[in-house]
Design a protein around this ligand. Sequence first.
Ligand SMILES: [Zn+2]
Ligand SMILES: [Zn+2]
Length: 387
Amino acid sequence: MYSGPGVKTSADFPIPDMMKAWVLGNPGELKLTEKPVPVPKRAEVLVRIDAVAICATDLEIIYHGPPASILGGMPFNKNFTPGHEYMGTVAALGPGVDEYKIGQRVTVEIHAGCGQCKRCREGMYTSCHNYGLNYGDVDKGHRANGFTTDGGFCEYQINNINTLVAIPDAMSDEEATLVVTAGTAMYGLTELGGLVAGESVVVTGPGPIGLLGVAVAKAMGASPVILTGTRDNRLKIGKELGADHVINVRNEDAVEAVRRLNGGKGVDYVVECSGAPNAVNDAVRMVNRGGKVCLAAFPHGETPVDVAHIVRNNIYLYGIRGEGKSATHRAEAFMSQKRFDATKIHTHTFALDDLPTAIRYAKERIEDAIKVVVKARGVSAHRIAAE
Ligand SMILES: [Zn+2]
Ligand SMILES: [Zn+2]
């Protein structure tokens, strides 16, 4: 029977001993297997995973490895379960946990820092100095589910209570999986200065973080909000999420267009979500003197940077990783107040058993897929209608 020292369960949520779990074999190879249902420790709960969205970073991990780091190395053939953008229902409480109840719906953020290093103490737990130190003799309590610890392409997972975000009944499972994406955009805007009302913002790259970056910037009162990209269908969604202007960079010079649309001056902030080779040099030319650029995409190779332009113009560049400083809670507040409709980026849902098909849709952008969600329950073992 499922149990652990001091762990509380409920007859209303019977927990099996074993669960379905996808594990990563060689690069690109996922295998459906069974694992024991994990048991929460102090300050942790067991979450029954009800829905999990596929992220571009999952594709990086499954096909290339980084930024996952398992036992200090590549994640292949280590019985590792990827997946990090999930939501679900609290199913068991670790010893002493009274912050959440069994049966409560929650979504999760990824990083539980160690809580004891300099960065964690500053709220920058996504930059924890004990990142990945969570095995055996060097267990510092750090977890980044789907990166350094098992993630969400399975039926149950352990989460530190600091990574939980309570969600209202009115928020669908699919929408709740998008809180962490909106939270990443929110963290980027927080690091740029936080006070965004009346400031001009460009978002480059209409992927999920870029599109929700537009929505969050608009909800925070930015004006104007300008989105750049190469695909008109995505730019159209950006308009629906609040972009005042969109620029298709195939048709016009993005730097010139931004300056024209903002009265001849550059903008205050750029949130760079494209990872394009010229993205940093374009971004530092889109901002005005003293402007700030947040880098939220990971390009594959090295990126040329015009340092002289940055220095002469007192431009600030920030790398951000994930969703620190409790940004998911602020993003969830906008979403539960219906300040924007994140579900505009959810395009497909599959059963958990069909994960490889779901991954193929996300990777090859079949039928213009943006956010593809898999569900362990409530979906028969074939694709269900897109919204
Ligand atoms: Zn992600
Ligand atoms: Zn830490």
